[in-house]
Ligand binder design. Structure first.
Ligand code: HEC
Length: 105
């Protein structure tokens, strides 16, 4: 019986840890999915028609990879070329989504 309780306690702790970790990871991801994905694609690679029509480079492109966090933030905040400034984001959400965008390859 004690062994079972211990097993349950370990299990519960593991679940808590895993869910709190995925929550921390997904703040930027959630913003990306609701605000960027429709143009930039689920993994940072826009679908070919969108890429061609609007001139969006994939996140794996060297030109995109070399952008600093500030430059990505600037694109989100003020827009860039054909991309309009992304509206409706708090400063924290912008920071999160910039960090997430920069993890995409
Ligand atoms: C309405 C479609 C659209 C949405 C939504 C959108 N983008 Fe873009 N994005 C574009 C287009 C188009 C470009 C290419 C701009 C150009 O060079 O003319 C671009 C370019 C960029 C660039 C490259 C900027 C540079 O300096 O070359 C970054 C970084 C970027 N987007 C990040 C984001 C992030 C992060 C989000 C969400 C918060 C987002 N975009 C939402 C259309 C979009």
């Amino acid at each position: 019986m004690t062994k079972m309780i211990r097993t349950l306690a370990v299990l519960a702790a593991t679940v808590c840890l895993a869910s709190s970790m995925s929550f921390a990871q997904s703040a930027g991801e959630a913003v990306y999915k609701s605000k960027c994905q429709m143009c930039h694609g689920p993994n940072g690679t826009p679908n070919p028609a969108m890429a061609k029509a609007m001139g969006i480079k994939p996140a794996s492109d060297p030109d995109i990879k070399k952008l600093s966090a500030d430059q990505v933030l600037d694109a989100v905040k003020n827009g860039k070329g054909k991309m309009k400034a992304v509206a409706g984001l708090s400063d924290a959400q912008m920071k999160d989504v910039v960090a997430y965008f920069r993890t995409l390859k």
